[in-house]
Design a binder for this molecule. Structure first.
Ligand SMILES: [Zn+2]
Length: 205
């Protein structure tokens, strides 16, 4: 089975607990520390087998092999990738079975992570995810004061629109943003605007 390591936690004696996202489920696995074991790395895509612990504890990770992406050795790109995965891990932490949408979204993102600004990929992927979960907000009123939005808006967590003066955030053009939600393509945003959107995404899903 293939899966992305979306969370790593230390257990006792250097052992680790890994949360993996596969095409059909999110699972937690135990990994004993050992010289012969390859080191688990957050964000990596791995092929693995799960070995049941007789139902007493969480299954163990076995026969692990890593898939390579060239950008895994670029610290800046890896950091943005791991931030994105950490966001997803906390969003899906109570899930077991999941639709293949999430795995495919990560796989498609990973394949192009070094081909463009990765924060831009996060923005596009985030809108695709909100749409998949039916959480796109296109209402023409402010979430805080419930009055009509103006030409410029500001965004709350999960891209919920509000007046910039109601939430004290950087204003963005409303039409351009709603067009972005429709197209799920951020091509009309420059890297400075992408930075603003990315920082809002990092507030949580
Ligand atoms: Zn308002």
């Amino acid at each position: 089975m293939k899966g992305f390591i979306i969370e790593l936690r230390k257990a006792k004696n250097e052992d680790m607990i890994a949360m993996l996202l596969t095409s059909s489920y999110v699972g937690r696995y135990y990994r004993f520390f050992g010289a012969r074991h390859s080191i688990l790395q957050l964000g990596h895509l791995v092929d693995f087998q799960a070995e049941d612990d007789g139902g007493n504890f969480m299954p163990r990770l076995r026969k692990l092999s890593h898939f390579d992406f060239p950008w895994l050795y670029d610290n800046d790109k890896l950091l943005i990738w791991n931030n994105f995965l950490t966001l997803l891990a906390s969003h899906l932490s109570d899930s077991n079975e999941i639709n293949s949408f999430y795995y495919n979204l990560l796989l498609q993102s990973a394949k192009k992570w070094d081909k463009q600004n990765p924060k831009r990929i996060v923005c596009d992927s985030f809108v695709a995810l909100l749409e998949y979960e039916g959480r796109i907000h296109t209402q023409d009123y402010c979430y805080i004061c419930e009055q009509p939005l103006l030409d410029d808006i500001a965004l709350m967590r999960a891209f919920i629109p509000a007046h910039s003066y109601c939430i004290n955030e950087t204003p963005l053009n409303k039409k351009k943003f709603f067009d972005f939600l429709k197209s799920k393509k951020s091509i009309y945003y420059n890297d400075g605007e992408i930075e603003i959107l990315y920082n809002i995404i990092m507030k949580g899903l």
